[in-house]
Design a protein around this ligand. Structure first.
Ligand code: ZN
Length: 217
């Protein structure tokens, strides 16, 4: 591996000779040579930990800004990725060995829920907290479902409360303010006509007074 990259270096150096003039005096020759072997954006790296194969690629942002430090996106075979970086190694001079060494700082643990591979949160940036990607997503979805059910239950209680007070309908509207973001609005009314609903939505300064659903209690 080392031998072939040295050959490629001297070849590239010969081709790019004119650009050497642009490099200021006093730059170490080793640095010059390394700059001709700049890593390419589609290079892939792998590392084995136990029976888990991690794969990594250089994050695309690294190539967009000159002097950006080395940054890798590391992936687990069962989904999920994390980012590791060495801001002190500019991409222009980073080597494959730098990438490999950086990648090996990411450690894998058995998922705390299902034992499948998960990132060790103490070795990389992750909010998965020791869970694998699918357990993390399952917990997130369960949380979301719980919130939805809570909202739904509250709406049912409100409907019952207003029905007991003599209201007949709920208007479920989306308000589109002239500026700012849209929001949902619930209004309880007694046998409302379309004109009455439109008038209410105009009061809220909605740009579209037809965006509502009428629900009979
Ligand atoms: Zn898991």
């Amino acid at each position: 591996m080392n031998g072939s990259s040295t050959a490629a270096t001297s070849c590239d150096a010969a081709h790019q000779k004119p650009s050497r003039d642009a490099i200021p005096l006093g730059v170490a020759p080793r640095l010059l040579l390394r700059s001709y072997t700049m890593l390419s954006r589609n290079q892939k790296f792998t590392a084995i930990q136990g029976d888990v194969e991690l794969t990594a690629e250089i994050s695309p942002c690294v190539f967009m800004y000159p002097g950006y430090g080395l940054q890798l996106t590391v992936k687990l075979p069962n989904g999920g990725n994390t980012i590791v970086s060495r801001k002190d190694i500019p991409i222009e001079t980073a080597t494959e060995q730098d990438c490999q060494a950086l990648m090996e700082t990411v450690k894998v643990l058995p998922c705390k829920t299902c034992q499948k591979p998960a990132f060790d949160p103490s070795t990389c940036r992750t909010n998965r907290d020791g869970d694998c990607e699918s357990c993390f997503m399952a917990k997130l979805n369960a949380e979301f479902e719980k919130d939805m059910k809570k909202e739904d239950d509250k709406l049912k209680r409100d409907d019952a409360k207003y029905k007991a007070r003599g209201y007949t309908h709920r208007v479920h509207a989306w308000i589109h303010p002239p500026s700012g973001s849209d929001y949902e609005l619930m209004m309880w009314m007694i046998n409302p006509t379309p004109e009455q609903i439109t008038a209410e939505l105009k009061k809220k300064k909605s740009a579209d007074t037809t965006d509502y659903k009428l629900i009979e209690l």
